[in-house]
Design a protein around this ligand. Structure first.
Ligand SMILES: O=c1[nH]cnc2c1ncn2[C@@H]1O[C@H](CO)[C@@H](O)[C@H]1O
Ligand SMILES: [Zn+2]
Length: 366
């Protein structure tokens, strides 16, 4: 990590203004609590645990703070429950872009599983088109207000369903309409990524990009399969790679073969600190493996995962990490450039954002 790291606190306003890049953010995990309540009312969804936005926001955070990924994921029934119409999807997507821009995010890849929004008869294509219309509307509103953000879409397939090949096909069909990649999400334990080999082979054959949630609720075997059998370009979370790293009593660090491979190949880790504490993948922010992984110069990126369930933003994740590990602006710039390098966007466009937005943005803060 940078020698510029310092324990002097970075003011919140500076953190908020710092350019950020977000690679791992779930659309159905980032709704405004007030929007969940209003959409429930408008669409006749009756199972919400609370209707007051403040109480509802608190309910999501408490219920997700369960120590288990499976319980954490149960909270998504309510967000998906209110996202079953085109109007709702457009609104949620547009607001997500506004909220990310307000958080200082200049490039985001937002993901969701289209198969979760077909309960009331929408087709998968209609879902994708509604979300894209919402993202475009959000980008227009941000630009009109003098801001700047670019959003790419990742389509997820749910590990427990058997639709990965179909969703991979959807991702390739919409690749020129804003979809930049594919992912598998959902419960990890019991659903190894190799169940979806046909989908990953299809994507590779079509020169398409994908990441895989791995090494969150299950360990090294899941990471190994995701990389070596499936061909994942990035790892969603991937924090359990620390199980393959040993530190001697004198502080000497030994990387096992998988950890060394991940680091040598510069495989990006989409780390989501608060989410990991809630699902039990890390004990606390202070004990989160991101400190060790950053020190060892893995390609670490910082992400929100689910802003509603974790009550977080990129600014708050940066603040929590700066506080726990003494990261300075140079470290935050490093995370941001790592993320931009790892985006599923054309190389020239990644370079352009690094050189014209990120580097000058951090220089202006110093
Ligand atoms: O951290 C996570 N690990 C695994 N799956 C997740 C996580 N966060 C959200 N989802 C799942 O991804 C779906 C599509 O956005 C969500 O509906 C949720 O079930
Ligand atoms: Zn996730």
């Amino acid at each position: 990590m940078s020698s510029e790291s310092s324990s002097s606190r970075i003011p919140e306003a500076v953190l908020a203004r710092a350019p950020k890049v977000l690679l791992h953010d779930h659309l159905d995990g980032g709704l405004r609590p007030g929007t969940v309540a209003e959409l429930a009312e408008q669409t006749g969804y009756q199972a919400l645990p609370a209707t007051d936005p403040v109480a509802l926001g608190r309910w999501f955070r408490d219920a997700a703070d369960s120590g288990s990924l499976v319980s954490y994921l149960e909270t998504f029934a309510h967000t998906c429950g209110v996202m079953q119409t085109e109007e709702a999807l457009v609104r949620v997507a547009a607001e997500a872009v506004e909220d990310l821009a307000a958080d200082g995010v200049v490039y985001a890849e937002v993901r969701y599983a289209p198969e979760l929004f077909v309960e009331r008869g929408l087709s998968l294509d209609a879902v994708v088109e509604a979300v894209q219309a919402g993202f475009e509307e959000g980008e227009r509103r941000v630009a009109a207000a003098g801001g700047r953000i670019r959003v790419g879409t990742l389509l997820c397939a749910m590990r427990q369903h058997a639709r990965a090949l179909e969703i991979a096909g959807l991702a390739v069909r919409y690749r020129d309409a804003g979809v930049v990649g594919f992912d598998i999400a959902g419960p990890e334990d019991g659903f190894p990524p190799t169940r979806n080999l046909d989908a990953f082979e299809f994507l590779r054959t079509n020169n398409a990009h994908f990441t895989i949630h791995a090494g969150e609720a299950f360990g090294l075997a899941s990471i190994w399969e995701a990389i070596q059998h499936c061909g994942a370009e990035r790892l969603g979370h991937g924090v359990r790679i620390v199980d393959d790293i040993k530190t001697d009593s004198d502080g000497t660090v030994h990387l096992g073969r998988l950890a060394a491979y991940v680091r040598d190949r510069r495989i990006p880790l989409e780390i989501c600190p608060t989410s990991n504490v809630q699902t039990g993948a890390a004990r606390s922010i202070g004990e989160h493996p991101i400190g060790l992984l950053a020190r060892l110069r893995f390609r670490v990126t910082v992400n929100t995962d689910n802003r509603l369930m974790s009550g977080c933003s990129m600014t708050s994740e940066f603040a929590a990490l700066a506080e726990a590990f003494g990261f300075g602006l140079a470290d935050l710039e490093w995370f941001t450039i790592n993320a931009m390098k790892s985006a599923f966007l054309d190389f020239d466009q990644r370079l352009d954002i690094i050189n014209t937005v990120i580097k000058p943005g951090y220089a202006a803060l110093r």
